[in-house]
Design a protein around this ligand. Structure first.
Ligand code: ZN
Length: 374
């Protein structure tokens, strides 16, 4: 079955960026974590991550923040220990680039955040927390969403300034391509990117009332779905969310923080996917997103690295699953109404959710759902 499919889809994959996206690893710190829980969760994540790298060979991996549980208060010694364990668990070859975004547990909520914590985080990952990463003509916009309080705090000001510059650069890039290379005076000195709207990555979700409309096997539990989100703590403020949408008109938003899955459509135009936590401490069925992205389209698969609710030891022990032996055997089809063919037993864990751009069609175990409108 997969032999034929591999041949027909191989060409597509070579022209696409195929990032892997995960979130909220929450490496336990010295204060909050019991040593055995820590050992167990870190072993699970390490095995799942290393197996995914080995099977899927992604060229780039994004982690959407809350890498550490206690970066917000850890002493230098404990911080260094957390960082050392992170590098061991998420080790990768030079063929894979690991890009890490900042979350509130890494540097503290807005009121706890300071330059020292932000800079020590940025130094470990050798990059600014707000920037654009371009791969195969696709712009990935990384946002420090902890600094979008809009209260004029010095870090907020600096991040906003950076975002305004990036928005201008992207607009000028679009203008330049539409006018055949010409730039208006206001675009003088701007940095040019591929002329497509970005895929926006951040820790906090954009503003939504609650998770009441979220569906799927990894949505928040029914008793929690109706709890109202607090602006600036659970989700970005309405104002900051609108500003980001206006500045960047992103074609897709991927965010973390809630630890649960959800798909949301903002202003009837901008789809957002909440990426659940990758830690078994936070949920029984952690997952990551495997995307296939070109400058004009994308398809997302949600991958449950350990199969069913309580984990699949076959994957955790790093044994090769026949279904996932080759990333090209993953089903990728962009026709909005196409129903993916049923997978043989043992393959279902590789691609459970299926999202395409255009019709915002999503599949959860053979049922289709509309995205939640905000
Ligand atoms: Zn968080």
């Amino acid at each position: 079955m997969h032999g034929a499919k591999r041949a027909s889809t191989a060409g597509r994959w070579t022209q696409r960026s195929a990032p892997m996206v995960l979130s909220d690893t929450h490496l336990l710190g010295a204060v909050g974590g019991h040593w055995f829980d820590k050992l167990r969760r870190e072993w699970q994540m390490e095995r799942a991550f290393q197996t995914a790298l080995w099977l899927l060979r992604p060229e780039i991996v994004f982690i959407l923040g809350d890498i550490f549980d206690e970066g917000k208060w850890s002493s230098q010694k404990h911080w260094e220990d957390d960082v050392r364990r992170f590098h061991r668990m998420f080790r990768h070859s030079t063929d894979t680039e690991l890009v890490v975004l900042v979350g509130n547990h890494d540097i503290g909520f807005h009121y706890e955040m300071d330059w020292f914590k932000l800079q020590r985080f940025e130094k470990v990952f050798n990059a600014s927390s707000t920037r654009i990463v371009t791969k195969k003509g696709v712009n990935f916009l990384l946002v420090n969403s902890v600094a979008l309080h809009g209260d004029g705090c010095p870090i907020c000001q600096s991040v906003e300034k950076e975002l305004i510059k990036l928005s201008r650069d992207l607009n000028c890039s679009l203008q330049s391509s539409q006018s055949g290379g010409g730039l208006t005076d206001s675009c003088e000195g701007s940095q040019l990117y591929p002329p497509t709207s970005p895929i926006m990555l951040q820790h906090y979700p954009l503003y939504r009332v609650s998770d009441a409309g979220c569906t799927g096997l990894d949505a928040a539990p029914p008793e929690e779905r109706h709890l109202l989100f607090r602006e600036k703590y659970d989700v970005l403020s309405k104002e900051a969310s609108q500003r980001l949408l206006q500045w960047f008109k992103p074609r897709l938003i991927l965010s973390g923080h809630t630890h649960s899955g959800c798909e949301v459509l903002h202003d009837n135009k901008y789809p957002e996917v909440s990426v659940p936590s990758f830690s078994w401490r936070n949920r029984n069925n952690p997952s990551f997103i495997l995307a296939s992205v070109s400058p004009g389209s994308y398809a997302l698969s949600k991958v449950f690295p350990a199969g069913g609710e309580h984990g699949d030891r076959r994957v955790l022990l790093g044994r090769r699953l026949p279904a996932a032996a080759d990333p090209r055997s993953l089903y990728v089809d962009e026709r909005p109404a196409a129903v993916p063919q049923p997978l043989p037993a043992g393959e279902a864990q590789v691609s459970v959710n299926y999202i395409t751009q255009g019709a915002y069609y999503i599949r959860h175990k053979e049922q289709s759902h509309e995205l939640v409108n905000t």
